[in-house]
Design a protein around this ligand. Structure first.
Ligand code: U2F
Length: 567
């Protein structure tokens, strides 16, 4: 059946219900953004006219909101607890609804069992018969619940699952055997999924799919009013909890020489939060009122926590400059409590690396906050600068609809075995192997130019550009340096001798092994290694001793998840 865009959210609002504060928060958000979603749906519908979009049966099981997982978030909604996740789930639900799919929402294990057709009380008996859904969106909590309640059939059906995973999961952590043997085992990872099944809040590593969320957009009148109403010397501090302001008195005093400082720190009636007396604290605000505050302010100031939340994008969208600390050395699961145990080694270079890398000046200023002179100069510069509201396209409703629609229509993790030879097969290719690569003029990169029929693949292979990294450089970085993005789904096509030869790797020998940096060349011995375990193909992997083969692709301006020919 064909999917048709929906502009009316009433059915969705009804299904979400309002039993808990977290659900009410999501409903309020959906209602507030309804017109924006409807306009975006009209525009995308117009652009995709003529494209057949299949309607999918989708189950959304929000594991962290179930009582069975302890639901620690709902009671915190009115107290400044993490709202980022709530923002994202509200937007995911709206996206799936607006795209016209057949949606079922589950917020308890009982509903999950009912939806999957597992009779209550049957414990972990396997689901018999076919899965009644094409896709299941859940989180790590939900994944665990599904495994418990689907029994053996979980393995059979897991290719249909998508895991909403804020900070991401890297391949070395995801492959159970490898993670256990090589010290990458955490509480969360090792599910042996295709890493593209994990969907992140920001485009962290291209090993995962970037799901995202949306930011409120402005119409012409609002833009005009913002220009008129901006108060040049007004700053809002990013931090809903007093603990986020601890130890920052010195910087606040410097800032106060130039600007009035506002905060939205949660507090209980009798206990005002411990922030300096010159700060005007509004208490935790409803989202809409926070927007109004940001529309007036010139500066949004982060002190390093929370990491990678939605609020900086909202501030930038309302014409603020986001001033944030650079982390040197970067924070990661190896050196910071917050990231410890998360299934990623990603190095976080500032409070909000996405805004630093993808948006940058004049909207985002990243400086060393230990150097108060540098901080003061940044504040002075910000006061002089005139900055317009800005939203990256991928954080608009249209951008999110476009991206998620492409995933739903093209990503298929149930289709087994790559249509191309595996590590072992490629060496025993009968006769002369076809040469699928061509050198790009004036470049070390190779392009995919097969003289055989190119296998069906999404993103299409025409976008493939192959590079040899320098040692100690990941494929994320290697592709980035070339203005491209690493595309892990191309790895099976470059895991062969032809790719090494094309890049002039001068292999002394060729072996196939399980290692999350392979395919790669060992620098000192010129030994070349193919990847033996497809689940370990990794953009993020990095090794001081190896030069890696890196499959890169182009991306659309403002929509890094999609290549030019991806739509
Ligand atoms: C992030 O979670 P947070 O909830 O701490 O992220 P924020 O960026 O602070 O805010 C999320 C939303 O809270 C709203 C604001 C944002 O959309 O509009 N809000 C509000 O309604 N009223 C206020 O007074 C202040 C903010 C991240 F999203 C999570 O994934 C991480 O777990 C967490 C920790 O790093 O940070």
């Amino acid at each position: 059946r064909q999917a048709y865009f929906r502009s009316d959210l009433s059915l969705l609002l009804e299904r979400v219900g309002s039993g808990k504060e977290s659900l009410s928060f999501m409903r309020r958000r959906m209602r507030r953004l309804a017109a924006q979603w409807a306009a975006a749906a009209r525009r995308l519908d117009e652009r995709l006219r003529g494209q057949y979009r299949e309607q999918k049966r989708i189950l959304v099981h929000v594991g962290f909101l179930t009582e069975e997982s302890g639901d620690v978030f709902s009671p915190k909604v009115l107290k400044g607890g993490p709202l980022g996740e709530m923002v994202q789930w509200a937007d995911i639900l709206t996206t799936l609804h607006v795209l016209g799919h057949n949606l079922k929402i589950s917020l308890s294990v009982k509903e999950l069992q009912g939806s999957l057709g597992v009779p209550p009380g049957r414990g972990s008996c396997p689901l018999t018969g076919p899965l009644p859904f094409d896709l299941i969106y859940t989180d790590y909590h939900g994944l665990q619940q599904m495994k418990q309640h689907m029994g053996l059939s979980f393995r059979q059906h897991r290719c249909h699952i998508r895991v909403i995973d804020t900070f991401g999961t890297e391949p070395a952590y995801n492959n159970e055997e490898y993670a256990t043997l090589h010290g990458y085992r955490t509480n969360w990872g090792y599910w042996n999924l295709n890493c593209k099944q994990y969907m992140t809040m920001f485009p962290h590593t291209p090993d995962n799919s970037f799901m995202g969320f949306v930011t409120e957009e402005l119409n012409q009148t609002e833009r005009f009013n913002i220009r008129r109403g901006k108060v040049n010397n007004m700053a809002v501090v990013y931090g809903k909890e007093a603990s986020m302001w601890k130890g920052e008195e010195k910087l606040l005093t410097i800032l106060h020489r130039y600007m009035d400082i506002h905060g939205t720190v949660y507090y209980e009636a009798q206990r005002p939060p411990e922030v300096p007396a010159f700060v005007r604290n509004h208490g935790l605000l409803p989202q809409q009122e926070l927007q109004q505050l940001l529309r007036k302010a010139k500066l949004f100031l982060g002190f390093g926590f929370p990491y990678e939340g939605p609020a900086p994008l909202e501030a930038i969208a309302n014409g603020c400059v986001f001033l944030q600390p650079k982390f040197s050395p970067p924070h990661s699961s190896l050196n910071h409590e917050f990231f410890r145990g998360k299934p990623t080694s990603r190095e976080v270079s500032s409070q909000h690396p996405y805004t630093e890398q993808y948006i940058g000046k004049p909207h985002v200023i990243t400086v060393d906050f230990n150097n108060s002179q540098e901080f003061e100069m940044a504040v002075q510069d910000i006061l002089k600068e005139k900055v317009e509201p800005f939203i990256p396209y991928e954080y608009t409703c249209e951008g999110m609809l476009e991206r998620v629609n492409a995933y739903i229509q093209h990503q298929d993790f149930c289709r087994h075995s790559s249509p191309f030879p595996t590590a072992n097969e490629s060496r025993s290719w009968p006769g002369n192997p076809p040469t699928p690569f061509l050198q790009l003029p004036n470049s070390t990169a190779l392009i995919w130019a097969p003289n055989i029929t190119a296998p069906a693949c999404w993103p299409p292979l025409s976008a493939l550009r192959l590079f040899l990294s320098s040692e100690d450089s990941s494929c994320v970085k290697t592709c980035q340096d070339a203005g491209l993005i690493c595309e892990p789904s191309y790895f099976p096509f470059i895991n062969n001798m032809e790719a090494f030869n094309g890049l002039n790797a001068q292999c002394e020998s060729l072996e196939a092994e399980k290692n999350h940096v392979f395919p790669a060349v060992q620098v000192d011995s010129r030994e070349c290694f193919q990847q033996k375990e497809p689940l370990l193909f990794s953009c993020a992997g990095v090794s001081a001793k190896h030069q890696r083969l890196c499959p890169c692709r182009d991306y659309l301006h403002g929509q890094v998840a999609l290549c030019r020919d991806c739509l």
